[in-house]
Unconditional design. Sequence first.
Length: 174
Amino acid sequence: MEKVNVRQLADKMKRSGVPGDYGQDMSRLLVQIMKEVAKSKPVVQRRVDIIVRKLRAPKSEAERFLRQRAERDDADNIIGILGLSQDNKWAHHLNVNGVELHTWCAWDQLFLAQVLNQTVHGESTCPVSQKQINIIIGPDKVESCNPGKAVVSIVTLDPDKHDKRKLKELWSGL
């Protein structure tokens, strides 16, 4: 297994077009919806409409963006988006201000603290040892990790060796 530092990983992902440049309007919308999801209540359409209006984002673009990336409940309310979820089917736990949430993968825990601008407490189970891994991440750094030598593995595909169109397909539904 090749060790890649975060900057190298980010560079490879960016060069691959993964996950993509959402633009200023949709990036602001994404952050606001993530903050709403972190409050632990489903985000109803009325609330989404208010956020879109406040941000002055194009409504049709915002609707399309959220349809492609948001996780929804049976009533069509948003309960998750790009790694952050209220649904307990996801194995990785995240506590934000006492609110129990979940992440799609352990990697998501590492960026959500910065996006939410809050300290988060993450918990995952090591797929090899089955031991618990606990992490506290502030908006600017990892504050603690137990066990201290825990690592996050992520599949990286080198855009210089792989077809970029195939790499984008991996993220097209997100």
